[in-house]
Design a protein around this ligand. Structure first.
Ligand SMILES: [Zn+2]
Length: 334
C-alpha cells in the first residue's frame, strides 16, 4: 500500500526547507511539529502543526515539545515570529506549550502580543496562564526585558468563520470529542466544546479534524468536500481482552479507528489524506496504512515533516534553517 501512496504524490525532500523553499503567494505550507497524543514519546511529540500561508504563520494546537520542534524547524527567527495559536480543545496535550511559546517568543524578541483562539474556556485558561506567570513577567521587565509582546490575548469561538485576513480564512467546525456514556452514546453533559478547523488560502484548503470520533454524520465530512489535505486523528484499537488493552481502548469512544477514518476519506476523497495525532505513538506507518481500507493518496505524518500545498503537494523535512545561538541584543531595553 505504501508504494502506491508514494507514487501518487510528488515526493521532494527539502532539507532546511524554510530557506530553500519560502512560502510562495498561493501555497499553504504545513510543518508537523508533533504527531503524537497525551502519552510521552521521543519520536512523536504532542499535537501541533505550523501553518504558513504567504507571510502569515499560525499554530494549530500547542502540545508538549512544540517549542522545541519549532526551534528545530526554524531557530529563534521562527520562535519569535509566531503570534497566533488556534486550539481545537483544552486538553493538556493540545495546550500545555502555549505558555512556553508565549513567554519564550517574547523573551527572545517578539514585540507583538500572543493571540489565542479556541473553544469555550480558552479565554479563562489564558487568563489563568497570565496570572500564573505574572511574577516571571514582572521579574523580567524589572531587569529590562522589553514590555511589548508580553500580553496574551484570547477569544472563545463558536463553529463558523472566526478569522479572515489577507486571503486567509479559518473556519471552526464542531467535532465529537466530548465524553459520552459508552453504553448509550449519550453525552455526559460536560460543559464546553471541541473543534476542528478548515483553513482556506488562495484556492488551497486544509481540514484539521482535531480530536474526534468520526462518523458519517460528522461535520468534518461536509467541510472536507473538494479539499486539498484532510488531516485526521487516529487510534488503532489494542488487541485482546487484557486489562491493559481494555484500558487503552476506553478512549475509542472519543477517537477514530482507521476503519472510521477510511470511511471519511472515501466520502470526501481529499487530494491527500494525512494521519496525525497517532494513538498509540509507537505504531508504524505501515501498521496504520494497512488497517485503512482506502485507495486514495494518504500518508502518516512524522514529526518535522512538511507538506507544501500548491498545484502539487510536496513532502519534505524541516530542519534547522534558523539561528540556534542567541546573539540578538535588542531584546533588552537600553
Ligand atoms: Zn489529543
Amino acid at each position: 500500500m505504501k508504494g502506491k501512496v508514494l507514487a501518487l504524490i510528488t515526493i521532494v525532500f527539502l532539507y532546511g526547507s524554510n530557506n530553500l523553499y519560502p512560502a510562495a503567494e498561493d501555497i499553504i505550507k504545513l510543518t508537523f511539529l508533533g504527531t503524537g497524543a497525551p502519552r510521552p514519546s521521543l519520536t512523536r511529540y504532542g499535537p501541533s502543526i505550523l501553518v504558513e500561508a504567504g507571510s502569515q504563520r499560525l499554530l494549530v494546537d500547542a502540545g508538549p515539545g512544540m517549542r522545541e520542534r519549532l526551534f528545530q524547524a526554524g531557530g529563534f527567527e521562527l520562535l519569535t515570529d509566531i503570534n497566533l495559536i488556534i486550539l481545537t480543545h483544552l486538553h493538556f496535550d493540545h495546550t500545555i506549550s502555549v505558555p512556553g511559546l508565549w513567554l519564550t517568543g517574547w523573551l527572545f524578541g517578539r514585540k507583538s502580543p500572543m493571540t489565542v483562539y479556541g473553544p469555550e474556556g480558552t479565554a479563562s485558561m489564558m487568563s489563568n496562564f497570565e496570572s500564573a506567570y505574572a511574577w516571571d513577567i514582572r521579574y523580567r521587565e524589572v531587569v529590562g526585558v522589553h514590555e511589548q509582546g508580553s500580553d496574551l490575548i484570547a477569544y472563545d469561538i463558536e463553529p463558523g468563520v472566526f478569522y479572515e485576513q489577507d486571503g486567509l480564512k479559518i473556519t471552526a467546525i464542531n467535532v465529537e470529542h466530548m465524553p459520552i456514556n459508552v453504553d448509550t452514546g449519550e453525552l455526559l453533559g460536560l460543559e464546553g466544546s471541541t473543534l476542528g478547523f478548515r483553513i482556506d488560502y488562495k484556492g488551497r484548503s486544509v481540514v484539521f479534524s482535531g480530536d474526534t470520533r468520526s462518523t458519517s454524520s460528522s461535520s468534518i465530512v461536509e467541510h472536507s468536500m473538494d479539499i486539498d489535505v484532510l488531516i485526521h486523528e487516529v487510534q488503532v484499537p489494542a488487541a485482546g481482552n487484557s486489562p491493559e488493552a481494555q484500558l487503552a481502548n476506553v478512549s475509542l469512544s472519543v477517537h477514530s479507528t482507521p476503519e472510521q477514518v477510511a470511511a471519511i476519506f472515501r466520502e470526501t476523497r481529499p487530494r491527500l489524506g494525512v494521519y496525525s495525532h497517532i494513538i498509540p505513538p509507537e505504531l508504524t506507518s505501515d501498521q496504520i496504512l494497512d488497517a485503512t481500507d482506502y485507495n486514495g493518496p494518504m500518508l502518516v505524518a512524522e514529526d518535522l515533516m512538511t507538506l507544501t500545498i500548491g498545484d502539487e503537494i510536496t513532502l519534505g523535512v524541516a530542519s534547522g534553517s534558523g539561528t540556534n545561538i542567541f546573539t540578538e541584543a535588542d531584546v533588552v531595553d537600553q
